[in-house]
Design a protein around this ligand. Structure first.
Ligand SMILES: Nc1ncnc2c1ncn2[C@@H]1O[C@H](COP(=O)(O)OP(=O)(O)OP(=O)(O)O)[C@@H](O)[C@H]1O
Length: 244
């Protein structure tokens, strides 16, 4: 096995120590996460890989402040988010402003055009409409779909919709992006295309990106992988196969 290169997280990134999650109580309790340690630096894309039932979704939901862990510690940049209890009072604002989500399906809003799908989150966060649209257009340009800015989402190809959903995840400039099986339905070429984009976006916007995947096509692209099994993570060096 190759040596591990855990990034130093002097500034930014996400850091998790000894995270545990128990569902239920007593005899029916399930220890979904037993001891998860993870560090992802700004600009880095890591893989989170594990068999069914190993705890990937639970970890992603804890990271995304969708469910509450049982114990442990999570920091985002210099801020302690969770330390045996939430340390942030407004979890909705945390999810909206500091965490970007990318799913297997794009889940775009059908009655908004492309640019407003991306601009909506900054608008909800209090950015003016004009600035939100400007930011959305900048992201759509970075993702090479700016020519579709005024289109209805139903008129976009699947690949274009996926790029718009990546732009939306970046719209509030979150320090962390959680991607849940973003390449599962795609063929090899398109899957690698999405990974190329995620790597570019991580560098350009200094986001720390965590990609949950089973997809053998993209696993060689990661420089670092967290394997999760029975609720525990083990870090290993990936192949980091060049994407460009
Ligand atoms: N709401 C819940 N209540 C009780 N147990 C749960 C709940 N959600 C998940 N679990 C259990 O926690 C463990 C981890 O589940 P989790 O969904 O995180 O795994 P996963 O790796 O995402 O699996 P998959 O790849 O099949 O989606 C499993 O044993 C599962 O049955």
């Amino acid at each position: 096995m190759k040596p591990i290169t855990t990034p130093h997280l002097a500034a930014g990134g996400i850091h998790i120590e000894g995270l545990r999650k128990v569902y239920g109580k007593g005899d029916s309790a399930v220890q979904a996460l037993k001891n998860v340690n993870m560090a992802v630096a700004p600009g880095e894309v890591v893989g989170l890989v594990g068999p069914s039932g190993s705890g990937k979704s639970t970890l992603l939901k804890c990271l995304g402040a969708i469910i509450e862990p049982t114990s442990g510690r999570m920091t985002l940049g210099n801020d302690v988010i969770y330390d045996n209890a939430w340390k942030v009072t407004d979890l909705r604002a945390l999810r909206r402003d500091r965490i970007g989500f990318i799913f297997q399906a794009p889940y775009l809003i059908p009655f908004l055009d492309v640019i407003d799908n991306v601009a909506l989150l900054p608008m909800l966060a209090g950015v003016t409409n004009a600035q939100s649209r400007e930011r959305a257009l900048e992201l759509l340009t970075a993702l090479d779909v700016q020519h579709r800015a005024k289109a209805e989402v139903s008129r976009l190809s699947g690949g274009e919709q996926q790029r718009v959903s990546i732009a939306r995840a970046l719209a509030n400039r979150p320090p962390v992006i959680l991607a849940d099986e973003p390449t599962a339905p795609l063929d090899s070429e398109r899957a690698l295309g999405v990974m190329r984009i995620l790597n570019q976006m991580a560098r350009q916007f200094q986001a720390a990106i965590i990609v949950v995947t089973h997809d053998e096509k993209i696993i060689p692209t990661f420089k670092r992988i967290y394997r999760i099994r029975d609720g525990q993570t083990v870090e290993e060096a990936g192949e980091g196969r060049a994407l460009d």
